[in-house]
Design a protein around this ligand. Structure first.
Ligand code: AHM
Ligand code: MG
Length: 341
């Protein structure tokens, strides 16, 4: 049985310039994940479910657990000193850690502390998503917005925690995707899924079909393709949608499948946020042999301009994502004329 801590230390040599800071940083995330996990497990018994009555910067209802998770992850990341700043779905601006401990910090973290939080009240799986970059501004000075507005291909590490029937932490540092399951009696994450690979083809498609009428034609055509009968390709595919990106992605990673959150008329850039939802999931997807796209281009190549910017998102098994991209190019190219001359 190899613990997460042991595994990260054993893999430290994969970074030629590693000085143990990234190892410590992942340790902070592991600690916060355990604290949040403990609280989620008590939901229903203590006063932690339900909305706070406040809205976040995106105009969404904040849940009590959203704020709890946000505070715990921030505190864990600030405490050790490897991280000089954080950006979060729950905070409008970047958070600058400017203490003595941070005088040598070189990493920034972007996170969705509790993804899928509308599922909390009904005991359905939620998650935490994180993305780690090296800062661009000089070490020892306060971090600036540009440290966070980096394209996804520059990520140093990314991962998620899925608080499900068991709790797992899955991460990549660009050397494959590795999953660890928490033993609840010991509170220790053990290596359970080394080198995770997403099947090239899958039979699961995950999308909020309630929005069908508003989807781009390319997506409508792809959904119909998924539903058509073709014994050669196991179609019709199975539809599965939990409404927690982390949970839907985790299932598709293991079984093969595609997750889609496209644009639609009232949301021309979709719903999901590029920097702390799509980029980290895209990094994991590619490291597992899959593909992540906005329908036309690679997610990790998008140059961000705003902290909370959104993007349409298609990710999962490579052949499925290529198929939806082919439909988008054929039926929805007018939405992105810049890519089609
Ligand atoms: P959140 O970060 O506010 O929880 O929103 C992101 C979530 C994803 O986890 C999920 O896939 C999607 O929003 C569900 O949205 P919808 O209810 O529109 O299908
Ligand atoms: Mg989210």
């Amino acid at each position: 049985m190899i613990t997460l801590g042991e595994y990260i230390v054993a893999k430290q040599h994969e970074f030629p310039e590693a000085s143990g800071e990234l190892t410590q940083l992942l340790g902070s995330i592991r600690l916060a994940a355990k604290v949040v996990n403990r609280e989620i497990n008590k939901a229903g018994l203590v006063d932690i479910i339900g909305a706070t009555g406040a809205e976040n910067v995106q105009g969404e209802q904040q849940q009590k657990l959203d704020l709890y998770a946000n505070e715990k992850f921030k505190a864990a990341l600030e405490a050790r000193g490897e991280v000089c700043g954080v950006a979060s779905e729950e905070e409008e601006d970047i958070i600058i850690f400017n203490g003595k401990k941070q005088s040598h910090s070189k990493y920034v973290v972007l996170m969705d502390p509790l993804d899928g939080s509308s599922n909390i009240d009904v005991n359905v799986t939620v998650g935490t998503i994180f993305s780690i970059y090296r800062r661009l501004s000089p070490v020892g000075t306060p971090v600036i917005l540009d440290d966070f507005l980096q394209p996804g291909y520059k990520q140093v590490a990314a991962g998620y925690v899925v608080y499900g029937s068991s709790t797992m932490l899955v991460y990549t540092t660009g050397h494959g995707v590795h999953g660890f399951t928490c033993d609840p009696s010991l509170g220790v994450f053990y290596l359970s899924h080394e080198n995770m690979q997403i099947p090239q083809d899958g039979v699961i498609y995950s999308i909020n079909e309630g929005n069908y009428i508003k989807f781009p034609d390319g997506v409508k055509k792809y959904i119909k393709y998924c539903q058509e009968r073709d014994p050669q390709t196991s179609r019709p595919y199975t539809s599965r949608y939990i409404g927690s990106l982390v949970a839907d992605f985790h299932r598709n990673l293991i079984k093969g499948g595609i997750y889609m959150y496209p644009s639609f008329a009232s949301a021309p850039k979709g719903k999901l946020r590029l920097l702390y939802e799509c980029n980290p999931i895209a990094f994991l997807t590619e490291q597992a042999g899959g593909k992540a796209s906005d329908g036309f281009r690679r997610i990790m190549d998008i140059e961000p301009t705003e902290l909370h910017e959104r993007t349409p998102f298609f990710c999962g098994s490579i052949n499925m994502v290529q198929q939806v991209e082919a439909f988008m190019a054929q039926y929805s190219h007018e939405e992105h004329p810049e890519f089609h001359g």
